[in-house]
Design a binder for this molecule. Structure first.
Ligand code: MLC
Ligand code: AMP
Length: 491
């Protein structure tokens, strides 16, 4: 299943229908009809082809949310290109790794963001690209594609520290969106507010694709800003909202009378990417009169499990396997465990990516007999609801952004005076978790200098909230650090 025929469902006979409303940083709204998106992406596809890009070639984008990201995505679908979304918060170390590993032809970005890219990166300015594309013909070009045509490399880490590119195909995105549009009854009548970043799968695979398949109207913002959320709800009157738990926690700050009005217009609010505390689920229901639908996915698999649209949306659980997904909970040997017993969640289906980019060993380690090992620990209830309980790895999720302690620990160990380092997640009321660095350090250790170095090298959400000096790290007899025995840190 390729994507273009699905997008055409929104376009055919509807070229003049307003599809996109982009809330620009200056507060004005830029709109696009489905026909304008079609024409702009055709022009861009022609320009990219003229610049020598062809099926299977890679191109990165390092951009905040803006209409050009969508036009680029549509152009990539038409040309069979592989796009690499890069988190705008990434800094020197993260960027160098992704660009070396994926080796894209160029990075589409803006001048301010380009300043963070490694010297020698081929940079294509997003506005200059749009200006150049305006001179191209608007009629469609499209190369043949099918479900196996790769469309994106999305970087995500494992326990190894270095991020790996999950190779996601057109079939992965198509399956995911078809299931969600059907399961969540998304239609052209919906008004969809999306403030999730388009450089991760929540905003990109779920947000953009559910919109383009259903043909509803999308109000896109550059990013989520809690201080402006009330005004957005008031003005746009969304029926549909997807968010990470940190966004729902922020929405609880709104006055009750306003929340009730917004909730009355909301047909569906979906939470995912990190655990939604049951208490937030309850408080949102009380305040907005809307029952959040929590679902579970990952970069490598897109969506796997979700609470039902009709039926019980059970707080603290992620619900039932989605229509396209086979799921089992396994012991270390890969045998399914009985209901009520914890184990690792394994999934199989057309949503699961084709493997890791140029990492046969990592791919071999993550798949077994056609099943993808998620690394998430969960337990099934007798009626099939899945509750996630933690991870096999020590992944920290802060505001829905992933932090792999190993990556930070490696960088800390390179700093003067640091002999040992362990990074752990400390509870945070809004972001869920925040990273704290425990170090065994000599007198040369200079916390201010190290903090400054980390800010240059890594994304803002990875910056340790505190450096805690300890005389030694607690270890098992085999030398493995026992992070749970470190002294708890409180803000
Ligand atoms: C966040 N920040 C940004 C930004 N998003 N800065 C620039 N551009 C963006 N797009 C930075 C802020 O500058 C700030 O940095 C920090 O993040 C928090 O910002 P805040 O304004 O205080 O926001 P807050 O109310 O705390 O909410 C944070 C948030 C953000 C919800 C806006 O965490 C977010 O957008 N999360 C979404 C992550 C996501 O899409 N994950 C999906 C992964 S896919 P500083 O320096 O002050 O800290 C996945 C699979 C699945 O997991 O199942 O979906
Ligand atoms: P990413 O690598 O960014 O795609 O993050 C995927 C991880 O996010 C999953 O493996 C889970 O650990 C976590 N995750 C996603 N959705 C949920 C959820 N609803 N509840 C708990 N964890 C989640």
């Amino acid at each position: 299943m390729s994507l273009l025929p699905l997008f055409d469902l929104s376009l055919q006979g509807r070229a003049d229908v307003r599809g996109l409303e982009f809330l620009q940083p200056d507060g004005t709204v830029a709109t696009r009809t489905f026909g304008e998106l079609e024409a702009a992406s055709n022009r861009l596809a022609r320009l990219l082809r003229a610049r020598g890009l062809a099926t299977g070639d890679r191109l990165a984008f390092f951009l905040q949310n803006r209409p050009e990201v969508i036009e680029l995505w549509l152009a990539a679908v038409k040309l069979g290109l592989i796009l690499i979304p890069v988190n705008v918060l990434y800094r020197a170390r993260e960027l160098a790794h992704i660009l070396t590993d994926a080796a894209p032809t160029a990075v589409v970005t803006t001048p301010d963001l380009a300043a963070h890219l490694p010297a020698g990166t081929a940079v294509w300015d997003v506005s200059a690209l749009a200006t150049a594309a305006a001179g191209e013909e608007a009629t469609r070009i499209a190369v043949p594609a099918d479900a196996d045509t790769p469309l994106s490399l999305i970087y995500t880490s494992g326990t190894t520290g270095a991020a790996k590119g999950a190779v996601l195909t057109q079939g992965n995105f198509a399956t995911n969106a078809l299931t969600l549009v059907t399961a969540w009854r998304i239609s052209a009548a919906d008004r969809f507010l999306c403030s999730l970043p388009l450089f991760h799968v929540h905003g990109l695979a779920n947000g953009i694709h559910c919109w383009l398949l259903s043909g509803c109207v999308l109000r896109l913002t550059e990013r989520f800003e809690h201080a402006r959320a009330a005004a957005w709800f008031e003005e746009f009157r969304p029926t549909l909202f997807f968010g990470v738990p940190a966004m729902f926690i922020r929405l609880l700050e709104l006055p009750a009378d306003q929340a009730r009005v917004f909730g009355g217009r909301l047909r569906l609010a979906v939470s995912g990417s990190a655990p939604l505390p049951a208490e937030v689920h309850a408080r949102f229901r009380e305040l907005y009169g809307s029952v959040i639908l929590e679902r579970y996915g990952m970069t490598e698999t897109l969506m796997n499990v979700g609470n039902p649209y009709e039926g019980e949306r059970r707080p603290g659980t992620v619900g039932l396997p989605l229509a396209h997904v086979a799921l089992r909970v396994c012991d270390e040997a890969g045998a399914p465990v009985p209901v009520g017993t914890s184990g690792e969640v394994w999934v199989k289906g057309p949503n699961v990516c084709a493997g890791y980019w140029r990492r046969p060993e990592a791919t071999a380690a993550a798949w077994r007999d056609g099943w993808f090992r998620t690394g998430d620990i969960g337990v099934l209830a007798p009626d099939g609801y899945l509750t996630l309980q933690g991870r096999r790895s020590d992944l920290i999720i802060s505001g829905g952004f992933n932090i792999y302690p190993r990556e930070m620990e490696e960088l800390l160990l390179e700093q003067p005076g640091v002999k040992e380092a362990a990074v752990v997640g400390a509870p945070d009321p809004v972001r869920g978790e925040v990273p704290v660095a425990y170090v065994v350090a000599g007198p040369e250790f200079d916390e201010t200098a190290v903090a400054a170095r980390l800010r240059e090298q890594l994304a803002s959400f990875k910056q340790p909230r505190a450096f805690v000096r300890v005389p030694a790290l607690p270890r098992t007899a085999l030398g493995k650090v026992q992070k749970h025995l470190l002294p708890p840190w409180r803000a």
